[in-house]
Design a protein around this ligand. Structure first.
Ligand code: NAP
Length: 264
């Protein structure tokens, strides 16, 4: 019988997940499919859930899905959001693989090797930022500061926060700067003005548009820049590993994205 995977979300026709998972499924020679469940209300998805072997979850259902899960992994408890559900013996088990994807991005791009110790700034305090903060707890010698437009939301997540209006002035003290807001997705814009940065610093933007102003501006000042593609692929590969116990073909996933346009 064909193994069935999918993605639950709203307004997700843009999603790159079918392309990434499809390439990996083909490469692994599996009899499997990956389809979108683009629903206005989570209740519309429930009859389909029984038919799936595993599925991903995106905005706005990353918290709502937990009501329908029987077991919740500790990463989900810490982050407060689930992006992967594994169905096992009729039970739904909730995981978060976004943080794994981000940790792999740091590894694959040599960031962990470059910095044993680092001052890190995370910009944004939404769902993505929570996964990033969790991943950074695995980097013992990284000192993390959080900035967000709504300061109270940052304060809920970290004892170490700065005002959003101060980011531009303080950028030059940070080794790693991680942009997790959705500014730059719909228009070519950056959430902050980049005037001065630290020598040998690394700038990461979780978004994966081909041109991101945040990365272009920091690159002009000499930063190493990384977009969110490796995180996107890393989280998908980890979901596949949880669902099947098999290692995903990361290169096939990357090739599939390079062949098409990387629209968000
Ligand atoms: P979210 O929960 O809606 O959070 C949005 C964040 O952006 C909040 O911190 C919000 O600040 C901030 N923000 C929005 N508009 C802003 C503006 N004009 N100026 C300053 N800050 C602004 O969204 P999310 O789930 O964290 O996702 C954020 C982005 O990360 C999305 O574009 C998503 O596609 C991307 N992402 C990528 C990956 C990947 O695998 N590469 C994974 C997850 C997410 P306030 O709190 O002040 O509203």
């Amino acid at each position: 019988m064909t193994t069935q995977f999918g993605l639950l979300g709203r307004n997700i026709s843009y999603s790159l997940s079918p392309k990434i998972h499809g390439a990996n499924i083909n490469s692994n020679g599996m009899d499997a499919s990956y389809r979108l469940f683009d629903v206005k209300r989570i209740e519309e998805f429930l009859p389909h859930m029984e038919t799936l072997d595993g599925f991903n979850v995106t905005i706005p259902y990353k918290e709502a899905i937990l009501t329908y899960c029987d077991e919740i992994d500790r990463s989900v408890k810490a982050i407060g959001a689930c992006n992967t559900v594994k169905r096992e013996n009729g039970k739904n088990i909730a995981y978060n693989t976004d943080w794994v994807g981000f940790y792999q991005l740091l590894e694959q791009n040599g960031v962990l090797k470059q910095f044993e110790k680092a001052k890190v700034l995370v910009i944004g305090a939404g769902g993505a930022a929570k996964a990033i903060l969790y991943a950074l707890t695995k980097c013992e010698n990284y000192e993390v500061t959080l900035a967000n437009r709504t300061l109270d939301k940052a304060k809920e997540l970290s004892p170490n926060v700065i005002e959003f209006s101060m980011v531009s002035e303080t950028l030059e003290i940070f080794d790693i700067v991680i942009q997790t807001t959705n500014v730059g997705v719909k228009t070519y814009a950056s959430p902050i003005e980049i005037k001065k940065i630290k020598e040998n610093s690394v700038f990461i933007d979780l978004n994966y548009q081909q041109h991101l102003k945040f990365l272009d501006d920091s690159k002009k000042l000499g930063a190493k820049t990384i977009n969110g593609i490796d995180m996107l692929i890393g989280q998908a590969a980890e979901s596949f590993r949880l669902w099947t116990g098999q290692v995903a073909d990361i290169q096939a996933m990357k090739d599939a994205l390079e062949k098409g346009e990387n629209k968000c």
